[in-house]
Design a protein around this ligand. Structure first.
Ligand SMILES: O=C(O)c1ccccc1N[C@@H]1O[C@H](COP(=O)(O)O)[C@@H](O)[C@H]1O
Length: 213
């Protein structure tokens, strides 16, 4: 009997409104993400994130995205989103220190543009592999920019990982096939304008990702 192939898992990030959050859950997203980084067009305060997360059933993971956070920021995020995975933009030692301090799962976001940027070891719970930000960008992710997905095809990933950066309903199936990813993450590609998620694009993204399984 051939082993069953698990469907590709999907994270919809940067949700900030109840209707699009509900649409992500209804479409079958595995994780929903809240951006706690003030310079992002998807920024939500911890108070708003706490309110929104009440709409998320226990079967769907919650991800809190933080950029170079201090301990106070981490504590505020944990208080607002107690069962959240922390998606952190910082170096490995800081990610490990956060994990040790709070005991929550930590995903490290890693910007890549060639195979040698891919880590060969990691003690973290997950890696979000995405493009490096364009020159002059004021945020390290969420820029709608992709990279050559073929670079991850032969990679022996040291931890579970998600492919991110520039994914859309139109390109995600190809990205999955070329990269070998079994989990994908989208923000800009499910928006009709910067920071404005769209219920149709969210549903189309989840459908397209699953069709590549
Ligand atoms: O979404 C943001 O604004 C953001 C801000 C700071 C760091 C990361 C951010 N988003 C994450 O970036 C990737 C790729 O996003 P996109 O699909 O290319 O827009 C994804 O993990 C987002 O969660």
């Amino acid at each position: 009997m051939p082993a069953e192939i698990e469907p590709v898992r999907v994270k919809i990030c940067g949700l900030s409104e109840p209707d699009t959050l509900d649409a992500a859950v209804a479409a079958g997203a595995d994780w929903v993400g809240f951006v706690l980084f003030p310079r992002s067009p998807r920024y939500v305060s911890v108070e708003r994130a706490a309110e929104l997360r009440r709409r998320v059933p226990d079967t769907v993971g919650v991800v809190a995205l933080l950029v170079k956070p201090g301990d106070a920021e981490i504590d505020a995020a944990r208080a607002a989103l107690p069962r959240a995975i922390l998606q952190i933009y910082d170096d490995t030692s800081r990610c490990m220190a956060i994990r040790a301090r709070v005991g929550a799962p930590v995903w490290q976001a890693i910007g890549v543009d060639r195979a040698r940027d891919l880590p060969v070891e990691s003690m973290l719970d997950g890696l979000v592999v995405e493009s490096r930000p364009p020159a002059g960008a004021d945020r390290p992710g969420g820029n709608g920019q992709g990279f050559d997905w073929r670079i991850t095809a032969g990679w022996r990933a040291p931890a579970p990982w998600l492919l991110a950066g520039g994914l859309t309903p139109d390109n995600v199936a190809k990205a999955i096939r070329q990269s070998g990813a079994r989990a994908v993450d989208v923000s800009s590609g499910a928006e009709r304008a910067s920071g404005q998620k769209d219920v149709e694009l969210i549903a189309a993204f989840v459908r397209a990702a699953r069709s590549a399984s």
